[in-house]
Design a protein around this ligand. Structure first.
Ligand code: NDP
Ligand code: MG
Length: 381
């Protein structure tokens, strides 16, 4: 039995994690979870899963739930609440499915409390991958990927030697605007951008997919998870999202992981690792039904965000922190209809250009750079 803490239970990954837990009451028990503002769904999760600790974002919601549920459950709130959930004494595994760099501190604390970390929250690794991976090594804690591409690579690497990898090939669906030229992106709307062809995900990552920043963040995420230089991490456009990513080895042999686009599969793999179990309502992959798979070179002039992410990753230090914070601020502004789609990469580029990189930023510097960058981007809007 694994005792699970779940951050971001009300989100796209969070609710699919609950599907996996619900499917295996013999393997998993939800002991603690956090939500943001969706306390209606929090109530339903409490009633169904009967956890011991629940965290909400706002103090008012905390008071409300505490009055409703009395002393049978512990409640907590805010940033400290996320940490309480992450380090909850009874939990053995943390699923981090919260959105944005707010997931960093709880991840670091969970590692220090020796919890296995199943990570969907890629912003954590982009913002401070060096701190997370150093700490994980020191405490001998596994950081298991949930992101489908990284799960695919992780699955391909089972039984292999890390020193024998030649390169990683991360696939990208291309997002909602993959068939438009850069000129045609001038007047696209939030509604257009939220219409992803292959995956149903939260709003921020759907926009990141449309700008291709999602792939950029994933390249940085792969750099940290698999400890490889950027020169050995490639991306390819693969519109069907059937091959979730590939690994090429020194002998030029390539391994790929395939499957229907269903996030419950990589979530369950991380939760069950190193075992595999059946999962309800999954569809077997029928390649004859799909017929053809397509692959295209990635055009970094078309996908400026991908280029910016590679550049920031290669410079390293505090540059990826700026990339992530500027992106979070710009995407939030686009979702609130304050800027146009093409202003997203322009704002990120400005933030990167003005930043004086710090080579080995500590946690305090990262927090300061993250908030300064958000303030700067918001001041330009
Ligand atoms: P959603 O927007 O669907 O969910 C985000 C979750 O985080 C919600 O539970 C939300 O709470 C909570 N949350 C947001 N902000 C805060 C905050 N400030 N404090 C506390 N809780 C907060 O996002 P996704 O599930 O799509 O994505 C989550 C993470 O997983 C992201 O890092 C994303 O990049 C990654 N990911 C997602 C994939 C997907 O298929 N969706 C695939 C691969 C990675 P509430 O709604 O209650 O306010
Ligand atoms: Mg992904």
């Amino acid at each position: 039995m694994k005792f699970i803490s779940l951050l971001g239970a009300t989100g796209s990954i969070g609710t699919q994690t609950l599907d996996v837990i619900r499917d295996h009451p013999d393997l998993f028990r939800l002991v603690a979870f956090s939500v943001g503002k969706n306390i209606n769904l929090a109530r339903k999760i409490i009633q169904e899963f009967n956890p011991e600790l629940v965290s909400v974002e706002l103090k008012d919601d905390y008071e409300t739930l505490k009055n409703e549920f009395g002393h049978s459950i512990q409640f907590t709130y805010g940033q400290a609440g996320l940490i309480d959930v992450a380090v909850y004494k009874k939990s053995t595994l943390l699923v981090n499915a919260v959105l944005g760099s707010v997931g960093l501190l709880p991840t670091l604390q969970a590692i220090q409390a020796e919890k296995t970390v199943a990570l969907a929250n890629k912003e954590t690794l982009v913002t401070a991958g060096h701190l997370v991976m150093e700490l994980a090594k020191r405490y001998r804690v596994d950081v298991l990927p949930i992101d489908s591409e990284h799960s695919a690579i992780f699955q391909c690497l089972q039984g292999e030697q890390m020193s024998e990898i030649k390169r990683l090939i991360i696939t990208a669906s291309g997002g909602s605007f993959r068939d438009l030229t850069r000129d045609q992106l001038q007047n696209v709307t939030v509604k257009d951008a939220l219409n992803h062809p292959n995956w149903s995900m939260g709003a921020k990552i759907t926009i990141d997919s449309a700008t291709m920043m999602n792939k950029g963040l994933e390249v940085i995420e792969a750099h940290w998870l698999f400890n490889l230089p950027y020169e050995h991490i490639d991306t390819v456009l693969h519109r069907e999202s059937i091959i979730h990513s590939m690994v090429e080895f020194q002998d030029s042999s390539v391994k790929a992981q395939l499957g229907t686009p269903d996030m419950r599969i990589p979530i369950q793999y991380a939760l069950c690792y190193p075992n595999r179990v059946a999962l309800s309502n999954t569809k077997s992959l029928d390649l004859t039904e799909i017929g053809q798979l397509h692959f295209q070179k990635m055009d970094q002039e078309r996908y400026v965000c991908l280029k910016l992410a590679y550049e920031a990753g290669k410079i390293g230090g505090s540059m990826p922190t700026v990339l992530n914070a500027a992106n979070e601020a710009a995407v939030a502004a686009f979702l609130n209809e304050k800027i146009s789609f093409l202003q997203i990469d322009q704002l990120i580029e400005k933030a990167l250009e003005r930043h004086n990189v710090i080579k080995h930023p500590d946690l305090e510097s990262i927090k300061a750079i993250d908030s300064e960058t958000r303030e700067y981007v918001n001041s330009l809007i």
